[in-house]
Design a protein around this ligand. Structure first.
Ligand code: ADP
Ligand code: 5GP
Length: 190
């Protein structure tokens, strides 16, 4: 397999930082990018669409997929499984596509290890933990227990913020987007 052509851009950030918001803007400006749809055991949120946001499977099904080596990377995040399809990603890289993934830090590490020459990771940081809490509350998609788990995990994820290729602070949305867009342009030009 020739895996020289494609590129993988990973967005990594604590839950609630604004990844989905920023990525929506990116896909409006760059409609040719390919979104890597992950598989998860997390329950579907209102408004999410099977096959567009995630492939939703049971824990048993996910564990069978792990056994059959169907993931290029997978991780347990906030108590649920999440994974990236090996066949989908390898084919996309082989076809020379520019693929965008939203992964946690474990998945990002694994992807950089698996595809070191093809992967660039952008860490998005929130202005503060208090702002993150506010954003998660306002989003109103998770109960208090889930929000607290996500905030606790955010503290350890933030310790890794300098370990990737780029770091963007999502304080003012438009300013953060401008920087993110310029990073995408830089990666695409190389
Ligand atoms: P993530 O995908 O990282 O979990 P979301 O994109 O769902 O986060 O954003 C979480 C919440 O914060 C959403 O309600 C979103 O509208 C809001 N948000 C995102 N970026 C900003 C920002 N720069 N300033 C204020 N609110 C923001
Ligand atoms: P959410 O439940 O908010 O959609 O995602 C929770 C976390 O799981 C986020 O940090 C997100 O980046 C991460 N995530 C989503 N898909 C994958 C995946 O395929 N692999 C890994 N390792 N993490 C993922």
């Amino acid at each position: 397999m020739n895996e020289k052509k494609g590129k993988v851009i990973i967005i990594v950030a604590p839950s609630g930082t604004g990844k989905s918001t920023l990525l929506k803007m990116i896909f409006e400006d760059f409609p040719d990018l390919l979104w890597s749809v992950s598989t998860t055991t997390r329950p579907k949120r209102p408004g999410e669409i099977e096959g567009k946001d995630y492939f939703y499977v049971s824990k048993d099904h996910f564990e069978k997929m792990i056994k059959h080596n169907e993931f290029v990377e997978w991780a347990k995040v906030h108590g649920n499984y999440y994974g990236t399809s090996r066949s989908y990603l390898s084919k996309a890289i082989n076809d020379g596509k520019l693929i965008v993934c939203d992964l946690d830090v474990q998945g990002t590490d694994a992807m950089i290890q698996n595809f070191p020459d093809h992967t660039k990771a952008i860490f998005i940081e929130p202005p503060s933990i208090d702002t993150l809490r506010e954003r998660l509350r306002k989003r109103a998609t998770d109960n208090t227990g889930v929000i607290n788990t996500r905030l606790n995990n955010a503290k350890s994820e933030l310790l890794r913020k300098h370990d990737f290729h780029y770091l963007v602070r999502n304080d003012d949305l438009d300013s953060a987007y401008k920087i993110l867009k310029s990073i995408f342009c830089e990666i695409m030009e190389k």
